[in-house]
Design a protein around this ligand. Structure first.
Ligand SMILES: [Zn+2]
Length: 58
């Protein structure tokens, strides 16, 4: 089974270092009634923010 899409690491687009996870929560899309695991990433030295949303498995 491929597991790469579940990789929880994110590299900073500016410096290429691994970003810090600042927040993890659940978001809800009312259009398709799906839930997503949302992870918010942050790079300390560049103050760059990133956001990844992965659909929750039913
Ligand atoms: Zn950076």
């Amino acid at each position: 089974m491929e597991n790469n899409s579940q990789n929880q690491n994110m590299k900073c687009p500016k410096c290429g270092k691994e970003m810090v996870i600042k927040k993890q929560d659940i978001s809800h899309d009312s259009k398709n009634n799906k839930q997503y695991n949302r992870t918010v990433y942050w790079c300390e030295q560049d103050d760059v923010w990133g956001n990844i949303e992965i659909p929750k498995k039913a």
